[in-house]
Design a protein around this ligand. Structure first.
Ligand SMILES: Cc1cc2nc3c(=O)[nH]c(=O)nc-3n(C[C@H](O)[C@H](O)[C@H](O)COP(=O)(O)OP(=O)(O)OC[C@H]3O[C@@H](n4cnc5c(N)ncnc54)[C@H](O)[C@@H]3O)c2cc1C
Length: 481
């Protein structure tokens, strides 16, 4: 492989030199691959979605099995190496990679098996959302997953998970039946409500802190295969009217209807009339997954707004709805987001929202409101570490730009300023999976709220040395309040 010592970042931040013999020892213990810079597959393995969060590990292990993962975890622990895990590589903060660290790239563990009778899917951690949606929809089934098909199932699930089906079936982790996980001591465990219940509780919202998950088991529901939805948009001049109608629609909607609101500049896409290219619009992305013979009545309040600039609402396969926005947030762009959960849309918030969208200097930015509530609130707040059961909306200032965009250096500051304006409307909670590159660690605590103290206790039990720290970290050393 190499005759030289390789320097990796250690757990204490200093460098750890690995000899060729030590690397050969690791290689001999795994069936998967061990990659160094320049090896075939290296560039793809270290690519993450947010170009602004790009980092370079020193070494990549591509495990093929839980046994491989256990060997790599044992190696990292024995040599006190900074260890990171890459699922789909879509974390906004780029937490799949630590600079000069040892990275586990799970992309070679991408199998799924669906048991339609038991309504369960067993999913390996390298799967993307599209893999699971396709496999489950072949049986007319689905679990709660997000709306961009290239996102990784692992990261999304381990932070809680939300999507168009959350109002019917809760957070993604409310649909998690069990996991197989390699914990810091190298043991391969199964965790569920009955086995290692404390571990399973913590995994449901803070999973990246507890180990490397090597298999997820999801509960499935009858969905589709056809649903009704897509994008509909109006001129920004009608923003206040649309926002207020949106509040009424989302308050009265059945759980089968989810409508997300987003204000942005229309792209020069073929489905947008040319006169509107680059103009601000106020749009809703809609998914109705109920009985299709009810769709006209359910969507009537949206249609009643009249005169849309774009109307792509149509019956379509669920898998299509789950991927139609993929191209809108391309890999390698620079992204900087700030988000908060909200329990209601007050008049003051709606006025602020319109003002922020009107003033935003970032050409490709989005001011978005995700529609939650429904089944998310059916569970107790301490049913899993995920919490935030009072979230009926997620508010987001979503900054994105090409790496060479003029004036980009000032864009994160604008997003932070916007966040200060809408933060007063927050429940106090925010979604851990939407946290950005330079988040204050106090925001991790805010995410978990009253569940945080219990989470620290579980982390201290299963990962007392904080081996799993390249994430939104819950440190075992956090003092009790
Ligand atoms: C364009 C876009 C759209 C999104 N849409 C949604 C959405 O609709 N709903 C939603 O809920 N979220 C959404 N998200 C947020 C998404 O859930 C997070 O970015 C998530 O972290 C992505 O997971 P990943 O596996 O792709 O990320 P990675 O960057 O690969 O990993 C994220 C974190 O998970 C840890 N991790 C990964 N695999 C494992 C494993 N096997 N075991 C233990 N830890 C692991 C990593 O260490 C890392 O800290 C979206 C993100 C983007 C960029």
């Amino acid at each position: 492989m190499t005759s030289e010592i390789i320097d990796l970042t250690g757990l204490d931040g200093g460098l750890v030199g690995l000899t060729p013999a030590q690397l050969n020892d690791l290689k001999a213990r795994i069936d998967g691959s061990l990659l160094r810079p320049g090896d075939a597959g290296w560039d793809e393995a270290v690519l993450v979605w947010n170009g602004m969060a790009a980092k370079t590990p020193a070494l990549v292990v591509q495990p093929m099995s839980a046994r491989d993962v256990a060997a790599a975890v044992g190696f990292a622990r024995a040599h006190r190496l900074l260890l990171s895990i890459k699922g789909g590589g879509h974390n906004i903060g780029g937490t799949a990679i630590a600079e000069r660290g040892l990275m586990l790239d799970m992309s070679r563990m991408r199998e799924i098996s669906v048991d339609p009778e038991a309504r369960l899917a067993h999913v390996e951690p390298g799967c993307l959302l599209q893999d699971v949606d396709r496999a489950t929809q072949a049986h007319g089934l689905a679990t709660v997953l997000g709306f961009m098909s290239e996102v990784g199932v692992a990261g999304l699930t381990l932070g809680g998970g939300l999507g168009y089906l959350s109002r019917r079936f809760g957070w993604t982790v409310d649909n998690l039946e069990a996991v197989e996980i390699v914990t810091a001591d190298g043991t391969i465990r199964t965790a569920s409500r009955d086995k290692h219940a404390d571990l399973f509780w913590a995994i449901r919202g803070a999973g990246a802190n507890l180990g490397v998950v090597t298999r997820f088991t999801f509960r499935l529901h009858a969905v589709g295969p056809n649903v009704y939805g897509g994008l509909i948009a109006w001129p920004f001049a009608r923003a206040q009217e649309i926002l207020r109608a949106y509040r009424t629609i989302t308050t009265e909607a059945p759980r089968e209807l989810t409508a997300w609101l987003v204000m942005f500049r229309a792209p020069p896409a073929p489905f947008v009339p040319e006169a509107w290219h680059g103009q601000r619009i106020c749009a809703m992305s809609v998914c109705y997954s109920g009985a299709l013979d009810q769709v006209d009545a359910v969507l009537a309040p949206i249609r009643a707004l009249g005169d849309p600039v774009v109307d792509l609402l149509a019956e379509q396969p669920y898998t299509e709805l789950q991927s139609y926005l993929d191209a809108s947030e391309p890999k390698g762009h620079h992204y900087y987001w700030k988000t908060e959960y909200a329990a209601e849309l007050s008049d003051a918030l709606l006025v602020t929202w319109q003002a922020l969208a009107a003033a935003c200097p970032i050409p490709e930015a989005e001011m978005g409101i995700l529609h939650l509530g429904g089944a998310v609130g059916d569970h107790d707040d301490d049913d899993g570490a995920v919490g935030n059961r009072d979230a009926r909306y997620a508010l987001g200032a979503i900054g994105m730009w090409a790496p060479d965009e003029p004036g980009a250096a000032a864009f994160p500051q604008w997003i932070r300023g916007a966040w200060q304006r809408f933060r007063p409307f927050s429940t106090g909670g925010n979604y851990i999976n939407f946290q950005t590159t330079d988040e204050d660690p106090a925001r991790v605590q805010a995410t978990y709220g009253a569940n945080f103290v219990r989470l620290v206790a579980v982390k201290s039990k299963y990962d007392p040395d904080n081996l799993f720290r390249v994430n939104r970290n819950v440190s075992p050393a956090t003092p009790a309040p």
